[in-house]
Design a binder for this molecule. Structure first.
Ligand SMILES: [Zn+2]
Length: 201
């Protein structure tokens, strides 16, 4: 316990971050108070704005600034002309792919994977929306950039079957993505290679 209730609350609140326990939280709180009050206020504003406003893009389910508005990537007319959708599990994966400059089409974010044991079915990861986009945008190829995990495999099989019924080519990136690993742990060059050597599903 510190000398201030507000400080105690700040230390407690800081522990919401992964890997930040009481000792780290206390160090951060004192550091902000002692030396970085202005930046601390900036951090508070950025947190409030992000938590209040960031929503899912109605087209790709990636994060976007305001509810109902398409994200920056979906607003690009050039990407839409590619007629290719890359399906990923998490918004983080898109950042990794964009940094590797290996893909110029549009994206779709599942925010997870199919997991019957946890009660997560196809609807929960937005596959109705994906199906609608494949039809409406006359998509020619669906690229599955999913982690090489059991759940990733189950999800890939389900999406592949759905797209094949619609006579759409389905490929999956493979080379260099480690078994059990996720995309954002792979370096840009390896990820670019994974796209170039994607295989039919
Ligand atoms: Zn979007």
């Amino acid at each position: 316990m510190s000398s201030s209730t507000l400080l105690d609350e700040l230390i407690r609140a800081l522990q919401v971050q992964p890997g930040v326990g009481p000792a780290s939280a206390s160090r951060i709180a004192y550091y902000l108070l002692d030396r970085k009050r202005k930046e601390g206020l900036g951090l508070a504003k950025a947190l409030t704005d992000a938590m209040d406003k960031i929503s899912y893009c109605p087209k790709c389910r990636n994060y976007t600034d305001n509810e109902g508005e398409e994200c920056k990537l979906c607003s690009s007319a050039q990407r839409a002309t590619q007629r290719t959708i890359c399906v990923v599990e998490h918004p983080n994966d898109i950042e990794a792919i964009e940094n590797s400059s290996s893909f110029k089409g549009s994206y779709f974010v599942l925010h997870g994977h199919i997991s019957p044991l946890d009660g997560i079915g196809p609807e929960a990861i937005g596959l109705d929306l994906l199906k609608g986009r494949i039809e409406k945008e006359h998509i020619q190829e669906v690229i599955l950039a999913l982690g090489q995990t059991v759940e990733g495999d189950v999800t890939a099989s389900y999406i592949a079957a759905m797209a094949k019924k619609m006579s759409v080519k389905v490929t999956r990136i493979a080379t260099g993505v480690p078994l059990g690993g996720s995309l954002n742990t792979v370096d840009g060059n390896t990820l670019a290679m994974s796209f170039n050597y994607r295989h039919d599903v």
